[in-house]
Design a protein around this ligand. Sequence first.
Ligand SMILES: [Fe+2]
Ligand SMILES: [Fe+2]
Length: 479
Amino acid sequence: MPEEQQVDSRGEARQSFFAKQQLLQSTRAVFQQLAGVLKNSSLYPAAHPFLLSSADKLLRQINELLVMRKDVSFYLAGGELFFETNSVPVDQGLAALMEQFTIRNVGGLIFRPGLTNEEIIRFAHFMNNEAKFFADRAKVEEAMVREGIMHIEIHRVLFVDKKAGASIKEETKKATEVFMSAVDTVKDMVQSVHQDKAINMRQVNTTVQTLVDNILYNRDALMGLTSLKMYDEYTFVHSVNVAILSISLGTYLSFEKTQVAALGVAGMMHDIGKMSVPLEVINKPDKLTNEEWEMVKRHPIEGALMLADVPAMTKLAMVSSFEHHQHGDIRGYPRMDDIVQQHPFSQIVAIADAYDAIVAARVYYKVPTPPEQGISIMLQKRGTVFKAVLVKAFVNMIGIFPIGTVVKLNTGEIGIVMHQTRDLRRPRILILTTFDGSERDDPQAEVSLLETAHGNYTRTIIGTIEPVGARIDIKKYVA
Ligand SMILES: [Fe+2]
Ligand SMILES: [Fe+2]
């Protein structure tokens, strides 16, 4: 690509990044304003000027967003607020509003053109009904029509939906298929290199695109799979895991879809240079000799060289293969004489790579590192090995107790982490056993650790459990 064009496309990417940040700011402002209207509606009658002016402001903000779209839709899922497919950053105030919505069975709101000031006020009063009023979906819909609320629609909360158990199972089944087919792509790719055949870039790109689409649709399902023992050949799975974790972090950081896909390819290719290292060295359980270690340390260089020969391979995949062990402070390998900043893609792939290695050691090689300890290892390396801001984003995304972690609660219950919430210490849990240790027959007993009763949290995590010791087959629940 000519230099000028590169600058142009980088400029465009930056512009679209800022445009997205701005959009997220305005969507957050809508939610903040909505919180204000709801509060005012509980304090003042419908015709009060305070209420009128706050509803007016909200209407203007919604209408601004409606200029470019046919509706303005928000979703609440797993403790997060989404606008379209973007995660909107929430603060304490918004989180309280989200809890209020979740308790009322509201999983999202859609605002449509034609909305009026009066309708917003009617809706605000409507939301002041008690939580139990919202239990019957049909009645709620009828009441909204009766109240003349025609341009606002309420979405049900996915997790309390009676059919949610089935739909979650469907989604994880689909995610497993996507995961397995990605593993097959990596196997094909490795085989091609072994046989001196060209890597099928079309297959690689299609696979990565499918991963991106699935992660945009349901990040948790695919991310949950990265912590399970899915195949015996960890080498193949590792490439898929690093692709999934890199894509997830890219989407979490609101990268453009094309950038996210390029990141996925980079993640999938990062260790391809390991094919030049003898298998007995790769699989050696004992400490490597100096000579062997030198061989391993060449894999980033070999990888970049291999990828340079693949037609249609992105330059960024080469760069991140070369740089993924270089560390933020350039103390890793290959050693460079000049201090060159790692490309952000390499920094992301490096974080995904290191995290997966920690989890794999636990899952595949039975090295007892509890997940939360894995996270703290990552955090210790922030600012040196890893870019601090990226590790922070990664930990926020993964949570302190990643999906699939088996946790012990202060109630004596045992559960599996299913989704993250705004509080990293309080994810959503699928309760597995009751106090006497017998399996629960209700698979929908998913609870949020954010739930409170009389001002105290109902449940709190007091520790994690190794699934093997507890004889729990996590795959049954998250795969
Ligand atoms: Fe590597
Ligand atoms: Fe790796």
